[in-house]
Design a protein around this ligand. Structure first.
Ligand code: ACO
Length: 338
């Protein structure tokens, strides 16, 4: 018998407020044609007001995931929260889930792997399961990114890409017999990082490397927004996503045609199309929803998973590959028998 991390439920929550490309073109020099052609994005969701935080979105998704699993918050023995947009500088958002959901005083930790948050999160959860430290786990991935975007022409290269949203999974340690034909659970994870890319995609202010942590000048000069060298990130993303998929398939003896569904991070539809073509996969076996949500960073893959389940595309027993690349650089993936 082997211990496997089995995904019992997945759910998502996105704010009601839709922001279309046309809406953005009214407040900055951009156009629906540019955004659609370069990224595939048609609209994204922004929180309705500055009162709504990452913990708020995460809690909504977490409650839905618990309900779908038929679990009480008291059943949980670990919370993992992935985000780049925490409520506070410290403490992390994981502890807020512990309190808000009314959990026992269980461990709660935050993951800072940006767009790779879900794939790092699942790998971390799998480690807790296999080392017998946790049995019922809540993994929450949520982002409120809209308040830090520079929604002017100066920040248009970044501002049009991102959205707000949340996804959550319940994961259970299950004993799986080697003769069990379903063999559900996380089969393998592959993670990587390259800190030489840290300055290429980042938000430095406020931060301890910044003189004075944050100054009036930083605000005046708009240094309090995310920065990206899009072309460098694009090239690295394509290379690392293909490397991740190939590594996970090769070391598990899986051929592309055996994958029922690939769920890539949603940073740019052109990136995902390049990866899909290189891997020789038909369009129906790669899930994309960037058109409706933009890049919701850590929340992206769980939102995709949740929608794929709702649409009947992702069913129990399916062989699924997640692949992600993001700031850091960080990248990775998970091979899962759903
Ligand atoms: N509207 C109109 N024009 C724009 C906009 C906009 N929103 N943004 C940039 N432009 C202009 C530029 O100023 C430039 O004009 P110029 O030629 O006169 O100088 C022109 O459009 C082309 O800009 P590029 O940056 O060369 O456009 P590119 O085709 O590279 O697309 C993009 C930019 C979409 C950002 C792309 O590079 C990309 O997707 N990069 C990777 C993103 C990614 O993978 N991120 C990782 C995850 S994010 C995370 O982890 C937090």
């Amino acid at each position: 018998m082997e211990l496997r991390s089995v995904i019992r439920s997945v759910a998502h929550y996105v704010p009601e407020r839709r922001v279309s490309n046309e809406d953005l073109s009214k407040i900055m020099d951009t156009s629906d044609a540019w955004i659609t052609e370069r990224t595939g994005i048609k609209e994204r969701r922004f929180v309705e007001s500055s009162e709504v935080s990452t913990a708020d979105l995460g809690e909504r998704a977490a409650r839905l995931a618990l309900e779908k699993a038929g679990w009480s918050s008291e059943d949980l023995d670990l919370i993992v929260f992935a985000t780049l947009s925490p409520d506070y500088y410290f403490p992390g958002v994981g502890v807020m889930m512990q309190q808000r959901l009314g959990c026992r005083p269980i461990p709660a930790l935050d993951i800072r792997a940006q767009c790779s948050g879900l794939v790092y999160g699942l790998s971390c959860v799998d480690g807790y399961v296999k080392s017998r430290q946790a049995q019922k786990i809540l993994l929450v991935c949520a982002e409120v990114q809209s308040p830090v975007l520079d929604l002017t022409t100066r920040g248009r290269d970044m501002a049009v890409l991102f959205g707000d949203g949340a996804g959550a999974l319940t994961i259970e340690a299950a004993r799986v017999g080697t003769s069990d034909p379903t063999q559900r659970g996380i089969i393998d994870s592959f993670l990587g990082s390259d800190g030489s890319g840290a300055d290429v995609l980042c938000m430095k202010t406020p931060g301890t490397a910044v003189p004075g942590f944050i100054s009036q000048d930083d605000i005046a000069q708009a240094r309090v927004h995310p920065y990206m060298d899009g072309k460098v990130v694009f090239k690295n993303a394509v290379t690392r996503l293909i490397e991740t998929a190939t590594t996970l398939m090769t070391r598990n003896g899986v051929k592309p045609e055996q994958l029922d569904l690939v769920i890539p991070h949603q940073a740019n539809l052109r990136i995902n199309e390049m990866v899909r073509t290189q891997l020789g996969l038909p369009p129906e076996r790669v899930f994309n929803n960037i058109q409706r949500y933009g890049n919701t960073t850590a929340a992206t893959i769980p939102i995709c998973m949740s929608e794929a389940v709702e649409q009947g595309i992702l069913r129990e027993g399916a062989l699924v590959l997640t692949i992600a690349f993001g700031a850091g650089f960080t990248w990775g993936g998970n091979l899962i028998r759903w």
